[in-house]
Design a protein. Structure first.
Length: 175
């Protein structure tokens, strides 16, 4: 049986993550604030689709991702990072690449689950404002209002998703 085509969230995420500065911004938010990169990308994607996520949507998203993140994605990431730090033999490097592939596959599964939840949140008149609200809302949901350094990283994501925005507009949307 052929594999199902990639979902729109995954395709969006691959495009955005490849944009300049986005990987660094996502990983900084992940490492500094313990955020789920897939949830950041989903918040951005939902906003780009004109959806502003409310508390009920954030609760539902959390319910379907928290166990997968803690039991599958994070352990794979920890193993990959451990193998990256070591003086790697050829065998260890091959194992690191395999774990990295599995970590990416686990993230793709998580994104399919997020996508398959359907249209969450209310329709917003301005997608980039919805995306900004979703990003800030995700941090607030986690009990961490965005600090200035967080806002800078979130602006990088917003600018990548909405390249037609001037940097000042992205900064204003994050204020």
């Amino acid at each position: 049986m052929p594999e199902a085509p990639d979902n729109p969230l995954w395709l969006f995420s691959l495009r955005i993550y490849a944009a300049p500065g986005v990987a660094d911004a996502c990983l900084a938010l992940q490492d500094r604030r313990d955020l789920d990169v897939n949830r950041l990308l989903h918040a951005l994607w939902a906003g780009s689709q004109g959806r502003q996520l409310d508390t009920a949507a954030l609760r539902r998203l959390d319910a379907v991702t928290v166990t997968w993140q803690s039991e599958v994605v994070r352990p794979l990431r920890a193993v990959r990072r451990h193998l990256k730090q070591a003086e790697a033999t050829a065998e260890q490097e091959a194992l690191r690449r395999a774990v990295k592939r599995d970590e990416l596959a686990a993230e793709k599964i998580e994104q399919r689950v997020l996508h398959d939840l359907g249209d969450l949140g209310d329709m917003a008149p301005t997608p980039y404002r919805a995306a900004a609200a979703n990003l800030c809302g995700y941090l607030a949901w986690r009990g961490m209002p965005p600090e200035p350094v967080d806002r800078q990283d979130l602006q990088v994501l917003l600018s990548a998703a909405f390249p037609e925005l001037a940097p000042a507009a992205a900064a204003e949307a994050m204020a």
